[in-house]
Design a protein around this ligand. Structure first.
Ligand SMILES: Cc1cc2nc3c(=O)[nH]c(=O)nc-3n(C[C@H](O)[C@H](O)[C@H](O)COP(=O)(O)O)c2cc1C
Ligand code: SF4
Length: 659
């Protein structure tokens, strides 16, 4: 067998970022967790990052640390501009460093993205240009405002270094304030800070210069940039390379972290956390081009690459080919904190793979809630739920899990890993529950990796699986397990409309798309990912789909970080969106659609089929008889109320920890 490090000689080699030695080339990029308390790093942060440091990465870049109160934006945002941050940051740094990883902090002013409602301040930007149609109009910054931002960066940088962090990343990317100055889309100034590239670079350069001069030549200071904004009229790679060459020659930098995108309410934003619909190859040329430009300018600074890296093999390839010096994996580590360690130990099949769904991480970020992960229910609750095997039960129980969907599978393997004797009954002939429907949709196939991971875990931990075993209360009572976990899911409700024409549910539409004909009226009553996935799939099959939703939005329970790209794809595929519409009557020939804003009704005759996406009903009929028989009953997932795989997995883990 080859030595693990011999498999990844480049990715596992140490690297110098200025005077900082990092043990290997894999890092966790900054990602806002919303775990902050009183604008300070919390115990939750500590447990979260310690686990990822222990998992083998070389460095962790702590999430966006605000340099001023006017860009806090939300209660959980972390600030670095007051001295009370020093103590909690010191504890965090010590915890990460004790595991052998370096801790850097990302310092940031968000500029126009912050609408100011939280601190009741005006939003700041280079020019009065909003980032989206729903956002606040920013105040065009004066030279005094710019000095305040420079001072905020310097103060924050000093505090973080005093706290013992190993270095800093100044945020010049992702469309935050400094990129807003750099980008012609957001900077329309006519003074010395607008117009030519040199002028647009002036303020970001002044910030970086001030931080370098305050911290001295030995501190590890890098920047994060967007190699491309992926929006017409915005920054593109050649201009970014030219700006970086100027910047790196003017101020010594210890690394350049190349991401992409801008906070721009368009496709651009969706590229930042590209979901499973993106081909990651579209980002891979960016770091190499920046690296070449820096080398050509005589500033051969280490270049970091990010976005949709899943494995050390991919990182090894990028670094070996000279396209990057380090590779970042944010969501891959949210999903699997021990990605590096498990890979090096040859335990790849135990890795919980990030499925690039954006449901738990980006979805919660958008809601200003603590981030979660669909495949890793422990993300963000590491201090409460240790690895299952690390909290073995003192009293092994005979546990019967009823239902082999995501909730039942998670409950089964987690309970078994804790030492319980677990048997799982599944009525169907395969595991996976509703996730199996994804097999019909190639564009969502990556979701099935969750199922694969759960299946492997169930097998690894010795769960006895009985397929085709339909549970009834009598059989369970006769078996008398110590505890029953009900994960029986939910059942579709037959959809219907006045008029009596045939109406398909989404399962039926997926099963027999030919029966739908060509023109499909799709009423979405849920706003969920399932609807979005089926609509896109039907469009991929060449159908003309119109999506009717009763509210003023479409797919309203999915995240903007994905839907800004999906809406572009749906448009390209000819899908029509009709918000504020309710289907009223369908006789198989004519469809009546009500405009709910005014009550007008339109009759459509160019419709072949009607599909209605609606919530299932909880399959909870076993609960009462089992409880009446004195059986200990726990429940997880849709049998409580129909929701998504994220809630199912989390609740499945929860019941297993409670046993
Ligand atoms: C939940 C979440 C929060 C993020 N917050 C930040 C942030 O605070 N600062 C930043 O520069 N990038 C942030 N990012 C972007 C990541 O650093 C990274 O560039 C992106 O997720 C793509 O890398 P990945 O595919 O490895 O996740 C965030 C990403 C996610 C998923
Ligand atoms: S929620 Fe989805 S995209 Fe986010 S880290 Fe988890 S698996 Fe990956």
């Amino acid at each position: 067998m080859t030595e693990p490090n011999a498999r990844f000689p480049h990715a596992m080699a140490p690297i110098q970022l200025g005077r900082l030695t990092v043990r290997n080339r894999i890092f966790v990029p900054a990602h806002t967790t919303n775990f902050g308390v009183d604008h300070l790093p919390s115990e939750r942060h500590l447990a979260y990052h310690r686990e990822r440091a222990r998992g083998g990465v070389g460095a962790i870049i702590f999430e966006s640390i605000r340099v001023q109160s006017n860009c806090l934006g939300r209660p959980q945002a972390v600030g670095g501009f007051t001295r009370d941050c020093i103590e909690p940051f010191s504890r965090l740094a010590r915890a990460v460093q004790a595991e052998g990883a370096a801790l850097l902090g990302q310092v940031i002013h968000l500029g126009r993205q912050v609408d100011g409602d939280f601190e009741r301040t005006v939003s700041w930007g280079p020019s009065p240009v909003r980032w989206s149609a729903t956002s606040a109009m920013p105040h065009a910054m004066t030279p005094d405002d710019m000095q305040t931002v420079i001072d905020g960066h310097v103060q924050t940088a000093r505090n973080l270094i005093e706290a013992g962090l190993d270095g800093l990343e100044i945020q010049l990317g992702h469309g935050h304030l400094l990129q807003q100055f750099l980008s012609p889309l957001s900077n329309t100034r006519t003074d010395a800070f607008g117009g030519s590239l040199e002028n647009r670079l002036r303020f970001p350069l002044a910030v970086v210069e001030a931080v370098r001069s305050a911290l001295g030549p030995h501190a590890c200071i890098g920047i994060r940039v967007s190699g491309d904004e992926f929006v017409e009229g915005g920054l593109h790679l050649d201009e970014v390379c030219a700006a970086l060459a100027q910047l790196a020659c003017a101020v010594p930098l210890d690394f350049v972290n190349v991401s992409h995108s801008a906070y721009h309410a368009s496709y651009s934003l969706a590229t930042q956390m590209a979901d499973m619909a993106f081909d990651p190859q579209m980002f891979r040329h960016l770091p190499g081009a920046v690296r070449s430009a820096l080398h050509a300018a005589g500033a051969p600074v280490p270049v970091l690459s990010v976005c949709r890296y899943d494995t050390l093999a991919e990182a090894e390839d990028m670094i070996a080919r000279g396209q990057a010096d380090m590779v970042g994996m944010a969501r891959a580590h949210l999903a699997e904190p021990a990605l590096v360690a498990k890979t090096l130990a040859g335990r790849e099949d135990e890795i919980q793979p990030c499925i690039a769904c954006n449901q738990g991480c980006a979805g919660m970020l958008e809601k200003n809630m603590p981030i979660r992960c669909v495949v890793n229910p422990r993300a963000g609750v590491e201090a409460t739920w240790a690895e299952p095997a690390a909290v073995p039960t003192a009293q092994p129980l005979d546990v019967l899990v009823v239902g082999g969907g995501p909730a039942g599978l998670e409950a089964a393997w987690t309970a078994a890993a804790r030492g319980h004797h677990v048997e799982l009954w599944e009525a169907g002939d395969a595991l996976g529950g509703q996730l199996q429907a994804l097999q019909a949709m190639p564009s969502r196939a990556r979701y099935l990796q969750l199922l694969e991971h759960q299946r492997r875990a169930v097998q690894r931990h010795g769960v006895t699986v009985r397929l085709g075993r339909r549970a009834d209360a009598q059989a369970i009572v006769a078996r008398r397990p110590d505890a029953v976990v009900l994960a029986t899911g939910s059942l579709p409700v037959a959809p219907g409309l006045a008029g009596g024409g045939r109406v398909f549910g989404i399962e039926a539409a997926l099963r027999d798309p030919v029966a739908l004909g060509d023109a499909v009226a799709f009423a979405d009553l849920t706003g969920e990912w399932a609807s979005l996935s089926v609509v896109e799939h039907l469009a991929d099959l060449g159908k003309r789909v119109t999506v009717y939703s009763p509210v003023a939005a479409t797919f309203w329970r999915t995240t903007i970080y994905s839907t800004l790209a999906t809406s572009r794809r749906l448009r390209d595929k000819g899908v029509r969106l009709a918000p504020l519409r309710r289907l009223q009557h369908w006789d198989g020939h004519a469809l009546q659609v009500e405009d709910v804003s005014c009550g007008d009704v339109q009759t459509l005759t160019d419709v072949d089929a009607v599909v209605i996406a609606q919530y299932n009903l909880a399959a909870d009929s076993l609960r009462a008889p089992l409880r009446a028989a004195g059986i200990r009953v726990l429940e997880a997932g849709d049998c409580l109320a129909p929701r998504t795989a994220m809630e199912a997995v989390y609740e499945g883990a929860g019941v297993a920890y409670s046993l």
